[in-house]
Structures are given as C-alpha cells and as structure tokens.
Design a protein around this ligand. Structure first.
Ligand SMILES: Cc1ncc(COP(=O)(O)O)c(C=O)c1O
Length: 443
C-alpha cells in the first residue's frame, strides 16, 4: 500500500461509529492519542476502516517487528493453528516451545547454557525475572531507575516509575524496591557533559541508596532498560551500563535487562545491551518477539534459572501458536531485518537530525536502529519541555497520514516495523517536518 493516502476527513464515518461503541464498553484506562481504527496492515503501512492509508511508525507500540501480517509469520501461525492451539507447556511438552528456547539460547547476549521461562507479556516476563532473582539469591531487594517502565502488574509496577498516574491509587508498592536516577544524558542528573562522563549519576545509587536505604547484600538484582522506552527513548552513556555491571558483580547482584521494547532487533542488534559491550545475567523480552502475538520471555543463565518444579509457571505462557510466530520472526530478523533496522535507522536518525537546523523546537534527536526519539523543547538553552507542542505534533502527523507516539514528557518516538524502507523513512521525515511547521506556526 502507498502511504499516506487519505480519502476522508479524520476520523471517517466508520471510525467515528466504532469509537463511539468502544467508549461504552472498553476500559477507560487506555490512552488513545488520536482516532485511528485499523482495518488491515501490510508491512509498515496500515489502512483504517474508512480506506485511509497511513505510514506506521508506531508498530502497535514497537510490536509488529516483521511488519503487519508478514506472509512467513502468518503461514507459521496458520500451520501451527491447524495442528493444535494449546497444550500448556507447563504440564506437557511440544516442539515449538523447545525450538524457540534453542533459538533464544543461540541469540542470548551472554555465554553458557541458557534457559527460557515463558509468559504472555512484558510485565509477566519481568515478574518472572523478579521472582527468579529473589529465589536464586535468597535476597529480597530489587533496584530500578527513575523514568523506567517495566509493566503494570504489581511487582513490575513497583519498579515502573515512568509516570505517577501509572502508580496513583494502587499503593503500597512491593517492599524492597528502590530507584535511582537513569543516565538521561541530555538532562544529565549530575550536570556533566558526555565528554566528562564517568557515569557519576550512579553515585546516588552506590553512595546513597546502598548506604542509607538497603544493604547491598539484601539486593537480589538491578532491573534496567538498556535504552529507556516509555521514559523518552533515552540512550545512556556506555559508562552507565559498564559501571552497573561492575557494581552488580561486586555485590553478587544479578544484572537484569528489560529488552521488552528495545530487544528483538529493533536497535540494529538483536539486543540493545550489545551496543554497550556488557553481558547481563537475565534478559526479558516481549513486544516484537512474536510479531504481534502475545508472548513474553525471561531468558537466563541455566545456573540462575534453577528453580524446582512448581516454583513458577503460566497456563498460557509459551502458547504454541505464539512460539511458532516467534520462531518465524527470529528467522526473519536474522536473515535481514536486524540489518535493515541498523541501516534504515541510521538514515532516519540523520534525516531527523538535519531537521534541527530548521526547527529550534527540536532539542535532541537520539536512538539506535529503528528506536529513535526526538525531544521537543521551548528553548534550547533552558530545555523547557514542550509537552503541549509534542502532543500537537503527534496529532498533526496523524492528520497527514503517519502514526507516531509520544514517549516521556516531551519526546516523540519512532518505532516502526523493522521492514521500513529508506523511501518510507524519507516520507516519515517529510511528514514530521510538516507537522513541526504546522505546530510552531500556531504561536
Ligand atoms: C521496557 C518495557 N518493559 C515492560 C513493558 C510491559 O509490557 P506489557 O505491556 O506487554 O506488559 C513495556 C511496555 O511498554 C516496556 O516498554
């Protein structure tokens, strides 16, 4: 499909009618930024119920890694669905779960024997990691970072600190959970510049949290996003992950990386942590792993995932159809899509950076591969956050036929399917340019 191709005012009549029905029966806790109602998708394009075609730079929040309904993924799903839909891998055996475990072991960003726990979502993958860390170390504490997102079930939510609304009204949180500043280099928490950075932002964790709040030998693990997702597509300095690895090793804590958003090839490497030259002990993944079917995994060294039968399980976790989709997804990623994410991501990043000359509202453009964030500010000196303008830009992009989403308080994220072509990236840059012009002209 050629995108964009808009035929009706937005939303069109069919979209309007569906949204009205949704408003009566669907949980009001969901955040919808604009009225897009999908009818079908192909690659990095989506068509709404009124026949309008959009360029998709959101991918269902960084999920449709191989593009919408990739024929090879659909064929794998159909083939598995015709054989059996469910058999509970916690009580019985089936090949797709074993094969996916082998594939994940082969890609894991650490050496040695590897095991996988199967869940249905990102938050469940993190719950498994948290429980595993406690079980393995016989310690209770888990350390996380401000601005992070790990999910919404209560264990993960205790580590999530992206927006207060996500926690408001749900306390108290799980005990033994402490947060420290993330390496938000554009707004360095300790006022340094990248050339002078030795990850001093971790001083707070080491010299305050681990001195005044919790003893290091009570801490089971550190849970960290290699690149912060919901927090604003924040790429930390390499020294941050290096120092975290040294700190966790020194105190016998596990280093657990949440690759739910950054993993599965999105950053131009299979795992984002590989950009930082650090080997974690545990990796969690979900979102892009099965191209859109629900699946979450916690991947760990075999000596870490050493818990007895009955310790942890999930009826639906590792559903055979989801596993089949994941096996096909990983094959496509290895064949070409991780490489495409790296190449087209560079192109997108360069094109968005070039817009900085024209648009003073762009404060920072950052990212790896096809995980690219643009932070909007009212003033480049003061870095005052342009939150309303960001929201307006997301809306203007939609009006022009492109789906993007916000991230953090004032950033826009580009997280397209990894099949995005350079020509489509150029279209994304053009529409973003026009949306910025429209919003800044309003003042
Ligand atoms: C880094 C990260 N971890 C965990 C989650 C939670 O995943 P899910 O919504 O599948 O529970 C998300 C979702 O946005 C995420 O970005």
């Amino acid at each position: 499909m050629d995108a964009p191709n808009l035929k009706t005012p937005l939303p069109g009549p069919k979209a309007k009618a569906l949204i009205e029905r949704d408003g009566k029966v669907v949980s009001p806790s969901y955040t919808r930024d604009y009225p897009f109602v999908i009818a079908r998708g192909v690659g990095a394009t989506v068509e709404d119920v009124d026949g309008n075609v959009f360029l998709d730079c959101a991918a269902g929040i960084a999920v449709n890694s191989t593009g919408h309904s990739h024929p090879k993924v659909v064929a794998a799903i159909v083939d598995q669905a015709q054989k059996f839909l469910h058999m509970s891998g916690t009580d019985f055996y089936y090949e797709p779960q074993v094969r996916l475990g082998e594939d994940l072991a082969a890609t894991a960003p650490f050496p040695g024997p590897v095991r996988t726990f199967y869940a249905n979502s990102g938050t469940e993958a993190n719950e498994a990691a948290i429980k595993m860390a406690r079980y393995h170390t016989k310690r209770f504490g888990i350390l996380g970072f401000l601005g992070s997102f790990h999910g919404r079930t209560l264990g993960s939510l205790s580590l999530t600190s992206s927006r207060a609304i996500q926690r408001r009204g749900f306390g108290p949180m799980q005990g033994g959970t402490f947060h420290a500043p993330y390496a938000t280099c554009y707004r360095c928490p300790v006022g340094l510049t990248p050339d002078r950075c030795g990850a001093e932002c971790l001083d707070f964790l080491e010299e305050q949290v681990l001195v005044h709040l919790i003893s290091p030998d009570d801490v089971a693990a550190v849970l960290v996003e290699p690149i912060q997702g919901e927090g604003g597509y924040v790429v930390p300095a390499k020294a941050f992950h290096e120092r975290l690895r040294a700190l966790t090793t020194k105190h016998g804590m596990l280093l657990m990386v949440d690759e739910v958003q950054s993993g599965m090839g999105r950053t131009g490497k299979m795992w984002a942590i590989e950009h930082f030259g650090v080997q974690p002990d545990v990796v969690t993944a979900a979102k892009g792993i099965a191209s859109g079917l629900p699946l979450g995994v916690a991947i760990a060294r075999s000596d870490v995932m050493a818990w007895p039968p009955g310790a942890h399980a999930s009826t639906f976790g590792g559903n055979p159809v989801s596993c089949a989709a994941a096996i096909a997804t990983i094959e496509l990623l290895r064949e070409s899509l991780v490489k495409n994410a790296a190449e087209v991501g560079e192109h997108l990043l360069a094109g968005l950076r070039a817009l900085m000359d024209k648009h003073p509202i762009i404060g920072d453009v950052r990212g790896k591969g096809l995980m690219v964030g643009v932070e909007l500010v009212r003033d480049r000196q003061t870095k005052e956050r342009a939150t309303e303008e960001r929201n307006a830009v997301v809306d203007e992009a939609f009006r022009r036929g492109m789906l993007i989403l916000g991230a953090g308080r004032n950033a826009v994220r580009f997280s397209p399917p990894l099949v995005l072509s350079k020509a489509q990236a150029d279209t994304a840059i053009r529409i973003f340019d026009e949306a910025l012009t429209a919003v800044t002209a309003r003042k």
